[in-house]
Design a protein around this ligand. Structure first.
Ligand code: NAD
Ligand code: MG
Length: 393
């Protein structure tokens, strides 16, 4: 029996994780669930999974949650609040696995705490890896933690690696990674029309049902940019050996090209319960609740090279990882601010890459040698992004 802590339980990945957990209560016991503000969903999850702890980061919502559970079937749960409580629950002694599914930089410290504590880290929160890069991978190595990728592409690549593969190691016989992308909702929109697209259009992903931030990232293809950086770190590859491939059917979730000419792909229906179940059962396998892939429904599979003119965010991500140091942190922070401003209808869709590029050019790629340097770079880039937004709007 393994104890699991689900960080970001109320989000899209968190909900899918608990769906998988519910199918395997003989193997997994929920120790802790965390949410930012969504206490209604959290309450239902507590009824179903009876965790020992919950964290409601927002203090007012935490008080409301305490009222809500008084005299209910879940009144025995310990309720904590504040961001530091995320680190506390992710390092509890009876927690073996931590699902890191908070969105954005807000997930960094708790993911890193789990890594340092030697937990099995099920990593969905790609932003934390992009920000902390080598520091995160070093924490995994130092503590002996296991790192299992949840992002569907990275989970696919992991599955295509040789038996016994450990994340962070390089495989010399693997010459290239083919990182697939759906291309998002604007794959075929005329470039001249992109400045007019709405938030509703941007979050309507054709293949995956996800949170709003990652949906906008998919529309700009910054999601693939972050995933490129994530892949460099997880598989110890150079960005020049990672080719992004637009595959609009989203049936193949990525591929590894070996020196003998073999190309291994992982396929499946586009449902995050597949990679979640893979990582939770690893090195075994168990049921995820996902319908079997009907190969006869897959009439065609297309592959195309992405246009960097249509998707400047992808170009910026290649640039950031090649520059190294704090530049991926800067890219991520500027993107988080720009996406948030777009979702709140204060900037246009096409302003997103402009803000990121201006922000990156303001900073130099100094060494990202410590957490303090990374956190300062994140803070400075956010401030700089707001200044740029003032200038351009
Ligand atoms: P979401 O917006 O649906 O959920 C985010 C979760 O994070 C919620 O539980 C929310 O309460 C919590 N949260 C938000 N802000 C917080 C804060 N400041 N402090 C603490 N908790 C906070 O997001 P999602 O789509 O589930 O994505 C989660 C992560 O997984 C992201 O990093 C995303 O890139 C990654 N991911 C998601 C998918 C997907 O299909 N949804 C696929 C691959 C990777
Ligand atoms: Mg992905």
């Amino acid at each position: 029996m393994k104890g699991i802590c689900v960080l970001g339980a109320t989000g899209s990945i968190g909900v899918s994780t608990l769906d998988v957990v519910a199918r395997h209560t003989d193997l997994y016991n929920v120790i802790a669930l965390t949410a930012n503000i969504n206490i209604d969903v959290l309450f239902e999850q507590c009824l179903a999974h009876s965790p020992e702890y919950v964290v409601v980061v927002n203090a007012e919502k935490a008080e409301l949650f305490k009222q809500k559970i008084k005299n209910s079937a879940v009144s025995g749960i310990k309720v904590l609040s504040g961001a530091q409580s995320l680190e506390f629950v992710s390092t509890l002694d009876n927690v073996d696995s931590v699902m890191a599914a908070i969105v954005g930089a807000a997930g960094l410290l708790s993911s890193l705490a789990a890594a340092k504590a030697g937990k099995t880290v099920l990593l969905a929160n790609k932003e934390s890896l992009v920000m902390s890069g080598d520091l995160f991978m070093q924490a995994i190595r130092d503590s002996g933690a296991k790192l299992l990728p949840i992002d569907s592409e990275h989970n696919a690549i992991f599955q295509c690696m040789p038996a016994g593969y450990v994340a962070g190691n390089s495989v010399k016989q693997a010459r290239r990674i083919l990182l697939t992308a759906s291309g998002g909702p604007f794959r075929e929109t005329a470039v001249k029309d992109l400045h007019n697209v709405t938030v509703a259009q941007a979050v309507a992903h054709p293949k995956w049902d996800m949170g709003r931030k990652i949906s906008v990232d998919s529309a700009t293809m910054m999601n693939k940019g972050l995933e490129l950086i994530e892949a460099c770190l997880l598989f110890n590859m150079s960005p020049d050996d990672i080719q992004v491939v637009i595959h609009k059917q989203s049936i193949i979730h990525s591929m590894v090209d070996y020196v003998d000419g073999s190309v291994l792909a992982q396929m499946g229906n586009p449902d995050m319960r597949v990679p979640i179940a893979h990582a939770m059962a690893w090195p075994d396998r168990f049921e995820s609740g996902v319908e079997p892939l009907n190969i006869f429904d897959v009439k065609q599979m297309d592959f195309a090279e992405p246009s960097l003119e249509r998707f400047p965010c992808l170009r910026l991500a290649y640039q950031a990882i090649k520059m190294g140091g704090i530049m991926p942190t800067i890219l991520n922070a500027a993107n988080e601010i720009a996406v948030d401003e777009f979702i709140n209808e204060r900037i246009k869709f096409t302003d997103i890459p402009v803000i990121i590029e201006k922000c990156m050019s303001f900073f130099t790629a100094e060494d990202a040698g410590s957490l303090d340097i990374i956190l300062k770079a994140d803070k400075d880039a956010r401030e700089q992004s707001y200044k740029i937004i003032k200038e351009i709007t």
